[in-house]
Write a protein that binds this ligand. Structure first.
Ligand code: FAD
Ligand code: MG
Length: 352
């Protein structure tokens, strides 16, 4: 049986703003046990942690402290963050960063190379030009886009593992880890929880999900996948997964997450580093299932940019990694061994 997240969180008293998101945002889950959760607003989104074992209060505190630490180090909205310091020194000098920041940047550059630049952490000047970083989104002119495009190039990021130095070679370049850092944060939350001796938990950072262990009834976890045509928290199908080696992650990227409308056209936040515009293809969302959430996060964004054909090839080439593709015409395709059941009959599964 599936249940809404509110049932799991009877002890939580959110602010009206959080409550709004919280009611709408949710997911899943296996209802065999109804546990209290803890929700806080981090990374500009709703983060909910559900622990199923002892020692909860201090663990919840430690998990959210770690999430805030990562936000403080990696946010482009915080001027003292490591990422902001790198951006301010673009074209001037390398900046030494913390180990965890270096790890995420290194992995982001790995995915930039693997995806031939479809995933590009230097996308920040575009995010900014389109007004997604200052809450005043608007469509820029073509000359403005052409001016910014040469700055979007992950190959112009120099890193040095020995010194943990990061250098953006051109003035005006800037990193934005929005496509990968929430995944890293979910992995780190899982680590804090495991270090505390807790073996069963659900981490949901605004749709980047990590599950630890297995439900009490030993059945697979059941994860509701967001309906890309509906309000947050409304799912259109259910994914059944087990936590291989104790941990599994499910991350979705979609055109519906952040968007604005101008002259009746909808513009969203996932950009083509090649055209400088929000991606337009036949995909509404991509969900990636992988052991490490940082990988699933980068891949879901990358595959959304690459489109179905190339994206599926990439997923098929990565062991232990699966995907669910949702198309504009409400058809759905999955890779390999994904166990996915559609619950909203306006969608239909195409069998490969
Ligand atoms: P994903 O598909 O995972 O990522 C999309 C994001 O990746 C875009 O928003 C953009 O930032 C980037 N991106 C776009 N195109 C590409 C591309 N081709 N390659 C690589 N990356 C791309 N939001 C707020 O409103 N307020 C905040 O204070 C805030 N703070 C944040 C702090 C941190 C450290 C992080 C990581 C994010 C923060 N966010 C904030 C952003 C917010 O949570 C984003 O919506 C989120 O990171 C995007 O995740 P997603 O799952 O929606 O989409
Ligand atoms: Mg992502």
């Amino acid at each position: 049986m599936l249940c809404g997240i509110m049932k799991q969180c009877a002890s939580f008293k959110p602010s009206p703003q959080v409550q709004f998101f919280f009611l709408l945002f949710s997911l899943l889950l296996s209802c065999a046990q109804i546990e209290p959760s803890k929700t806080e607003f981090v990374f500009g989104t709703v983060c909910t942690i559900t622990l199923y074992d002892q020692g909860k209060d201090s663990v919840y505190r430690d998990v959210f402290a770690r999430l805030r630490e990562i936000e403080n180090y990696m946010s482009v909205n915080i001027s003292a963050s490591d990422v902001s310091r790198i951006n301010a020194a673009a074209g001037i000098e390398p900046i030494q960063v913390r180990e965890d920041v270096f790890t995420v940047i290194e992995r982001a550059l790995f995915y930039a190379q693997l995806t031939d630049g479809a995933f590009d952490p230097t996308v920040q000047p575009l995010v900014s030009l389109w007004g997604f970083s200052d809450d005043k989104p608007h469509v820029p002119s073509q000359p403005e886009i052409r001016e910014v495009l040469p700055l979007i190039n992950a190959q112009n990021v120099e890193i040095n593992r020995q010194t943990r130095a990061v250098f953006l070679k051109e003035r005006g370049m800037a990193l934005d880890l929005g496509g990968i850092a929430k995944g890293y944060a979910a992995d780190e939350a899982a680590q804090v929880i495991k270090n505390a001796g807790i073996n069963r938990a659900i981490i949901d950072l605004g749709g980047d999900i990590v599950i630890l262990g297995e439900p009490k009834d030993k059945r697979p976890w059941r994860v509701g996948i967001q309906n890309p045509n509906s309000n947050p928290g409304i799912f259109f199908g259910v994914l059944e997964i087990t936590a291989k080696d104790g941990q599994q992650s499910v991350v979705t990227s979609g055109a519906y997450e952040r968007f604005f409308e101008e002259d009746g056209i909808r513009y969203h936040h996932i950009f083509s580093p090649f055209s400088g515009e929000p991606i337009i293809n036949d995909l509404l969302s991509v969900t990636v299932i992988a052991p490490i959430a940082m990988d699933a996060d980068a891949l879901s964004t990358a595959v959304f940019v690459m489109g179905y054909e190339k994206g599926k090839q990439l997923i098929d080439s990565l062991p232990g990694t699966e995907a669910i593709f949702v198309f504009n015409n409400k058809s759905v395709r999955t890779t390999g061994s994904v166990d996915f059941t559609i619950t909203d009959n306006s969608y239909h599964l195409i069998h490969n």
